[in-house]
Write a protein that binds this ligand. Structure first.
Ligand code: PPS
Length: 302
């Protein structure tokens, strides 16, 4: 079975988990690595908006907020298709997601999704000076969320147990590579390009303020009544119940929500339920080493 058919062969009882392949020193899933030339050559347009995150940083939440802002806070318009079809995910194209071909055929303005680290972003996005919204999440909750996602998404590499996964995560030996390189690389890039850099924790604490920031970045007016509707439509419980945002429209052979729901907890601080004291101290040391010289700081509780 070739790599592509692993995700396409949905008639069988299970799909095979992908392996990791390095592209320019960054671990990517084998299906992405296989078509890297095509992804690198992706043609961005000047009015494209790119939503960029490390996996599990709140991408879907930000996507739904952006779609609501773009559609005047009308939930009916945002229910036109599942989120993974509304906004093509440029480097991953299993058949149930919008493919690169569909992104090419999509009318402007497009909103696209990526998890690529800054150095692997296709050059046309820089050439076209596209607006980019980046969202980062504290490394501890991000790691926990990524672990549970590996358990439920049957195409992701085998995570092993929590201890094994955390070791791989801290070494950057997971899909899309090192969390540290990712958040730092995009943090530095924001000084050179039109990038709005947001934090999951800020959005959780004060959705009104952060949603207004997004609207301003998109140069769109947001009357208070529309803002309130967006806050309500995109809160965790609403999104968990929304089949157009919660990924339940995918086959359970791909994402098995019985193992762990995509909309799992949606909180800040769940890491405390997973980390041992030793693991926490070890990660604090890595944070101090990796982010010590940077102005980038994170909150691990609210
Ligand atoms: S993916 O697969 O990378 O696109 O996943 P992503 O959407 O980035 O991250 C999923 C986590 O985001 C949480 N989430 C939310 N939190 C708060 N409010 C809202 N509305 C919301 N929507 C999604 C989701 O629950 C995952 O986090 P965990 O910690 O696993 O619950």
């Amino acid at each position: 079975m070739d790599l592509k058919s692993k995700r396409e062969d949905l008639d069988s009882e299970s799909i095979e988990r992908l392996t990791l392949v390095e592209v320019e020193g960054v671990a990517l899933t084998s299906d992405t690595a296989e078509k890297w030339g095509r992804i690198w050559g992706f043609q961005a347009r000047p009015d494209d908006l790119l939503i960029c995150t490390y996996p599990k940083a709140g991408t879907t939440w930000l996507q739904e907020i952006v779609d609501m802002i773009q559609h005047g806070g009308d939930p009916e318009k945002c229910a036109r298709a599942p989120i993974h079809q509304r906004m093509p995910f440029i480097e991953i194209c299993p058949p149930m997601f919008a493919r690169l071909e569909e992104a090419d055929a999509m009318p402007s303005p497009r909103t696209l999704k990526t998890h690529l680290p800054v150095q692997l972003l296709p050059p046309s996005f820089w050439e076209q000076n596209c607006k980019i919204i980046y969202m980062a999440r504290n490394v501890k909750d991000n790691a926990v969320s990524y672990f549970h996602f590996h358990r439920m998404d049957q195409g992701m590499p085998e995570p092993g147990n929590w201890d094994q996964f955390l070791a791989k995560f801290m070494a950057g030996k997971v899909a899309w590579g090192s969390w540290f390189d990712h958040v730092r690389g995009w943090w530095e890039a924001k000084d050179r390009h039109p990038i709005l850099y947001l934090f999951y924790e800020d959005l959780k604490e004060d959705p009104a303020q952060e949603i207004q920031k997004v609207a301003q970045f998109l140069e769109l007016e947001l009357p208070e009544s529309v803002l309130n509707r967006i806050i309500q439509h995109t809160d965790f419980e609403s999104m968990k119940a929304n089949p157009m945002a919660n990924y339940t429209s995918l086959s359970p052979l791909v994402m098995n929500h019985a193992i762990s729901p995509f909309m799992r907890k949606g909180t800040v601080g769940d890491w405390k339920e997973h980390f041992t004291v030793a693991q926490n101290e070890q990660l604090d040391d890595v944070i101090a080493r990796e982010l010590g010289g940077s102005s980038l700081t994170f909150r691990t509780q609210l």
